[in-house]
Design a protein around this ligand. Structure first.
Ligand code: 3H9
Length: 699
């Protein structure tokens, strides 16, 4: 077996090469190999300097994340980086691809760093609920300065090679062959008599920091990092870098790293990292499935959704036809698109030229014939089957053979829609989430007859338009909305039981949701939810089911858009409305619903366990392939925080035995209709397994 880290002498330069595909992660054999090779370098009289370089597509992209669930095995990375730094002869890191996390930490332990121009360097540990725990929090502030280092570590965003050079992280940007350039750089060092240069010897000048710098920094990031544990830990490490001797600060970094690594947040965020990669794996649609070419897209319906969908394609240079039924609607649609682009232009995130180029790629049309040559057509019209029927019959008549016909339906039966055409194999659901130009989730709904090349094409297309595609099967509401219905149901029911909506929303928000359920209902429009309920053929036989929404809609309270819904609105600010509480009380009395004292814990259980139960049914029915897929849907499309890792990961974290027991408790109070535990929860609770284990066992 080839060694994962090899040692070769090229003249008087030792070239130490890591070869651990796919991303040269620092798994145990790599750490052992590095330790061995640097020991050899230290003892090799023929080697005057060393170059650390990687094979394959990238420099070391970090610690091996899969090892964080297991006991630590020596040599641990902090030990290895100090061994490298302590070499008495100069060591040059030669960087290509992505030097991330432990990879950049290893490079910063080397005495010099060179990189090719396309390389990216960063410390993204925060995205995994971690901190750079192999001296990264100590080294980056020494090289780049405290502010720049904190910004890089808190955002997790990588720097370009040029940016890193400007910040003092990279010594030279190499043109041409990296190894040749790095060896030449090492020779230049030797010629100039330059020896090892330890980053840890750089003194951070704390006197240049403004008073209260760290307290102010914490305040400045508080909103963006709400609920996340790691960012605060990173700041504490940098405070230690500024105030403590190096090795004391390293000990502090290690202590705080261990707190992060063993936290439920980090396991949730690591779970999300892998889940987002797993979603692309579809057992019956292998990677080599042929794909259809998508050069021209058409969107039917130029409303907010249709316009947002069109923008996704224009943003990546794919021309889009936007079809509406009359000029007025078309003009309105194009104006919304223009407005959407103006925001980022004003904020400087996009140039006027880029905006103009994108808009030029969107061609408005009133004519069905105009879309005859489109490779992909996405319908984004009114959410009733009758309207979908008309559109798909038209598409079937005009579209070229082989065109993919997609519906943006958020709940309706894609098989029924496919049956309106003579080509059900070409029909698929592409459920975008509002605002469609912003949200990263794309629920891809495979019908009974959808062909595999259509699925493969749409999964790849999701990536092209920078979305995460999650493949699901047909059922009412698919994965996301189907699980959202019980969540809203419980939120609504608790209001009838006397809990003010703002308290429910506050508890959900404090738990980590971007917005509470009632705020979301008002934002999406209560009428939208009401209409969905009407389309739902298997709606629960329960007069109390989402009763408040029905009554509010009947009173013309549709949510934000009508100035009042579950809340009243002062501008866009929700204000609690005593009238809604009075309506809820009257409805509760009419329905014989008792007023209850409900704890915050119960609010959380009822909101999320009802959702999790639906998720378990979805898994058992095969609607979603893996529990991680459901988690991706929720974290990318429904404002669930990554530090919870999605509803199914949360259930695994709480323990399915506890979820099951709580469900039994509510079943005792409310009966079987909503609180009968999904058989999968019962099975797993009794066998002590998790959803993740169950998903993994199915391959
Ligand atoms: C750290 O370093 C802690 C230290 O500070 C302290 C230690 C004491 N480990 O993303 P891709 C797998 S924390 C294990 O599809 P791309 C990935 O799952 C780490 N596996 O490729 C996938 O597997 P599969 C800090 C990893 O080209 C395959 O590699 N580093 C790791 O789109 C390909 O990945 C990071 O957070 C890993 N570290 O993107 C960087 N990385 O094929 C994490 C990847 O079976 N990695 N895999 O599905 C990335 O951001 C991207 O993978 C990268 C490549 C940009 C490198």
């Amino acid at each position: 077996m080839p060694e994962v880290v090899s040692y070769a002498l090229e003249g008087d330069i030792a070239v130490i090469t890591v070869a651990n595909p796919p991303v040269n992660a620092l798994s145990l054999p790599v750490r052992q190999g590095l330790a061995k090779c640097f020991e050899r370098f230290a003892a090799d009289a023929g080697a005057k300097a060393a170059v650390l370089i990687c094979d394959g597509r990238t420099f070391i992209a970090g610690a091996d994340i899969t090892e964080f669930d297991k006991p630590i095995e020596q040599p641990w990375l902090p030990v290895v980086v100090h061994q490298i730094e302590d070499c008495a002869k100069p060591v040059v890191a030669a960087i290509h691809g992505t030097a991330l996390g432990g990879g950049l930490e290893t490079a910063m332990a080397c005495h010099y760093r060179v990189a090719i121009a396309s390389a990216q360097l960063g410390l993204p540990e925060v995205t995994l609920g971690l901190l750079p725990g192999a001296t990264g929090t100590q080294r980056l502030p020494r090289l780049a300065g405290v502010q720049a280092a904190l910004d890089a570590m808190i955002s997790g965003k990588p720097m370009t090679a040029k940016g890193a050079q400007e910040k003092g992280v990279v010594d030279a940007v190499v043109e041409g062959d990296l190894k040749t350039g790095a060896i030449a750089f090492a020779h230049d060092l030797l010629k100039a008599g330059k020896g090892p240069r330890k980053v840890r010897d750089i003194q951070i000048d704390a006197s240049t920091l403004p008073t209260n710098f760290f307290a102010d920094y914490r305040k400045a990031i508080a909103r963006d990092t709400r609920g996340f544990f790691a960012p605060g830990q990173i700041i504490s490490c940098v405070e230690a870098a500024v105030s403590l001797p190096y090795f004391d600060a390293v000990a502090r970094e290690n202590e705080l790293f261990m707190q992060c690594m063993t936290s439920s947040q980090s396991s949730a965020q690591r779970h999300m990292f892998f889940a987002e990669r797993e979603v692309a794996k579809i057992p019956d649609v292998p990677k080599d499935t042929p794909m259809r070419e998508v050069r021209q897209v058409a969107v039917i319906g130029g409303g907010t959704m249709g316009g947002g969908i069109a923008m996704n394609f224009a943003n990546v240079g794919i021309p889009v036809l936007l079809k509406e039924i009359n000029q007025e609607a078309l003009d309105r649609g194009m104006a919304i698109i223009r407005g959407n682009y103006e925001g980022p232009v004003k904020k400087g995130r996009m140039s006027q030229t880029q905006m103009d180029q994108c808009i030029a790629l969107i061609t408005p049309t009133l004519d069905y014939q105009a879309i005859a040559n489109a490779d992909l057509v996405i319908e984004a019209v009114f959410e009733t089957m009758a309207v979908k029927k008309e559109v798909f019959e038209n598409l079937d008549a005009v579209c070229k053979p082989g065109a993919i016909l997609a519906s943006n339906t958020s709940s309706l039966n894609v098989d029924e829609i496919a049956a309106f055409t003579k080509r059900p194999q070409d029909v698929i659901g592409l459920h975008f989430f509002a605002p469609a130009n912003v949200m990263t989730l794309l629920e891809i709904v495979r019908g009974e007859k959808t062909s595999k090349d259509v699925i493969a094409t749409c999964m790849a297309l999701a990536k092209t338009i920078r979305k995460i595609g999650v493949l699901v099967k047909v059922c009412f509401g698919f994965v996301g909305n189907r699980m959202y219905f019980p969540y809203v149901r419980e939120a609504q029911r608790m209001v009838l039981e006397g809990v003010p909506p703002e308290r429910i929303d506050r508890v959900a928000y404090d738990w980590g949701m971007a917005m509470g359920p009632h705020g979301v209902s008002d934002l999406s429009g209560l009428d939208v939810f009401d209409k969905l309920n009407k389309e739902w053929k298997e709606k629960p036989d329960d007069p109390a089911y989402c009763r408040l929404i029905t009554v509010l809609v009947a009173k013309g309270r549709l949510g934000q858009k009508s100035g009042a819904g579950i809340y009243k609105y002062e501008g866009r600010t929700p204000v609690s409305d005593p009238e809604v509480l009075a309506i809820a009380k009257a409805e509760a009395a009419a329905l014989n619903i008792p007023q209850l004292e409900i704890s915050d814990e119960e609010i959380i259980e009822r909101l999320f366990y009802s959702m999790i139960n639906e998720g378990a049914l979805i898994l058992d029915e095969g609607i979603a392939m893996r529990s991680g897929d459901i988690d991706v849907v929720y974290c990318c499309g429904y404002g669930m925080p990554r530090h919870r890792g999605g509803p199914m990961q949360y259930a695994d974290e709480v323990g399915l035995d506890k979820v099951y027991a709580a469900m039994q408790k509510y079943r005792g109070r409310y009966g079987d209709l909503y609180w009968t535990s999904a058989p999968l929860i019962e099975r797993l609770a009794k066998s002590g397994q998790t959803f993740a284990q169950w998903s993994a066992s199915r391959g």
